[in-house]
Design a protein around this ligand. Sequence first.
Ligand SMILES: Cc1cc2nc3c(=O)[nH]c(=O)nc-3n(C[C@H](O)[C@H](O)[C@H](O)COP(=O)(O)O)c2cc1C
Length: 370
Amino acid sequence: MSSVLNTLFSPFELAGLPLDNRLVMAPMTRSLSPGGVPGSDVAAYYRRRVEGGLGLVITEGTTIGDPSASSDINVPEFYGQNPLAGWKKVVDEVHDAGGKIMPQLWHVGSMRRPGQGHHPDVQSASPSGMTSPGKKKFEPMTAGDIERAITAFADAAREAQDLGFDGIEIHGAHGYLIDQFFWAGTNERTDEYGGSLSQRTKFVTDIVRAIRAEVGSNYPIVLRYSQWKQQDFEARLAETPNELASFLEPLVDAGIDAFHCSTRRFWEPEFEGSDLNLAGWTKKLTGKTTITVGSVGLDDEFVSSLSGKNADTSGVSRIEELAKRLDREEFDLIAVGRAVLVDPQWANKIRDSRFDELEPYTPEALGFLS
Ligand SMILES: Cc1cc2nc3c(=O)[nH]c(=O)nc-3n(C[C@H](O)[C@H](O)[C@H](O)COP(=O)(O)O)c2cc1C
């Protein structure tokens, strides 16, 4: 292994939680928990990725106990006796294999179509009743709806702690409920949950404070956020570093320990005039732990240059660029999604320089993975 790659395997402490290395399994929905209950196959799936060398698992999005949180009855839930008993098995398998794990707590908001999920009769939730800018489909959440959702997030975090999870991640990205509050295009509220970018963080800061009241000060809370939305890949919350700072400040004040900055390609600069990506800017502006993500291990050049199959590859492969950025402390942790779906042993193979053995990612491979 080239020495720069050693950095990926250096230990780290996330808000007091010791991690063996810098590699994190990104949250990835599978819809393989019938009736919302994760089975022993799900526990085995996560165990395999821990045995494959990842320092921290962030689970697939798992829905909180608000009736409209889920749009898919095969997505695991995070409330109720049977789903929580299933999650307990997952935690135990991961810990038995020496890993760390956090659930990604999720409310899909208005991405849920009428009739979907475990409670088909309830209305979908969103700040202003919109699925995307200009598309008003529902009634906006009432103050009572907001209160109930906040409580459901806090309850889920308390359950996570009770089950032995090592922290929690709040899903605030990709155009789901929390992001619908962040995004001006879907938040036209005139009460305390709307207004400027900084004011639009109130929903999540209320959630974080409610979670803290349940779990205490020494339990890691990670927030995943993104500029891009699945409704619009080009959407942005912040156009400048100053705007980003105004967004992040209230989140830090509320007690978030780490930011998981979701981008589609980690090497893309977030703002003109600097190479820093979103995780880089977030760390620079807040001093907090950040996780980067986006196409790690997916470029063709990656496999070919590491395995020596492409003698013409000049320059530094993307993984070396990634490790150099980590070494410069641009960010602290690296989440890997699709590459570890297709190859559970991905991290170990990188660590042991078994580059020839890396399974190449293909979109088709995602359908039948265990
Ligand atoms: C099949 C699939 C399911 C995903 N599900 C989630 C999810 O539940 N929560 C989430 O925040 N992101 C989800 N994502 C996004 C990933 O966490 C990750 O950010 C994205 O795939 C980019 O990382 P990669 O290029 O390493 O795959 C999903 C991605 C894929 C491919």
